[in-house]
Design a protein around this ligand. Structure first.
Ligand SMILES: [Mg+2]
Length: 246
């Protein structure tokens, strides 16, 4: 603490990792399992299958997360939603620790960079995934969607990134490195001046997003100087960001 009570800023840069479909492959089909559970939750509100799909998708499109629509328009307990949707995912059967990924984290030069996770999930799910992947001790800080807070924000809303920077006590966005499987999330970060944004894209695989299945495709407009680097393997970060690896 400095004399005026503010925390002294850490001079190191910071690398933010998204968790779901970034630290593990979309081929695990966890997004499909998640989508089924969210759909079932909508059905418990008294909707038929089609209405449930429609409302799920419309909340997702409008609010970024189905849960944000549910908390606004229905009398539901967000923690009950979390327990029934993310909480029942058989993650132990779907993901395994990856020694190569752990080594990648260990090779990040901690004298130069802090390593944080930035997720749209609640902390319980995020911590569960990190534990199964054997990465818990590699992540210094976690920014998650606080479902318990009324009107909580999420990626890609600018407020979410601003809050993340506040939590990590970093004021210069150009010192932020960021990798996420959502192009929207990465674009939003780049717009806010985050210095080193990378889109993790496993082209050809399918995910369920907002209740709809979509095929992952690379952004082909790579001549655009504003285009964001795309990778299909996190190992590529070593070559893209050599300055933060040992
Ligand atoms: Mg993700």
């Amino acid at each position: 603490m400095s004399p005026d009570g503010t925390r002294k800023e850490d001079p190191r840069t910071i690398v933010w990792f998204d968790i779901d479909n970034t630290l593990y492959s979309a081929s695990t089909k966890i997004s499909q399992a998640m989508g089924q559970r969210i759909h079932a939750y909508f059905v418990t509100l008294g909707l038929d299958e089609d209405e449930a799909s429609e409302l799920h998708h419309s909340y997702y499109t409008q609010y970024g997360l189905a849960l944000r629509g549910l908390t606004r328009h229905h009398n539901i307990d967000p923690m009950d939603f979390d327990r029934k949707c993310d909480g029942t995912l058989p993650l132990d059967d779907l993901i395994k620790p990856d020694p190569g990924l752990r080594k990648l984290f260990q090779d990040l030069d901690r004298t130069k960079v802090r390593v944080w996770a930035l997720t749209n999930a609640y902390k319980t799910h995020a911590q569960r995934v990190l534990k199964i992947l054997d990465l818990e001790d590699q992540i210094e800080g976690l920014v998650y969607c606080d479902y318990q807070q009324i009107g909580f924000t999420c990626k890609p809303e600018p407020d979410y990134y601003h809050n993340a920077m506040k939590q990590a006590n970093i004021s210069d966005p150009s010192k932020c490195y960021f990798v996420d499987d959502s192009q929207l999330n990465v674009r939003s970060a780049k717009k806010l001046g985050w210095g080193h944004c990378v889109h993790f894209c496993e082209a050809g695989l399918e995910i369920v997003d907002g209740g709809k299945t979509k095929k992952l495709v690379l952004d082909t407009n790579t001549n655009d100087p504003e285009s964001i680097r795309q990778i299909s393997d996190l190992e590529e970060l070593r070559t893209l960001w050599p300055e933060i690896f040992v």
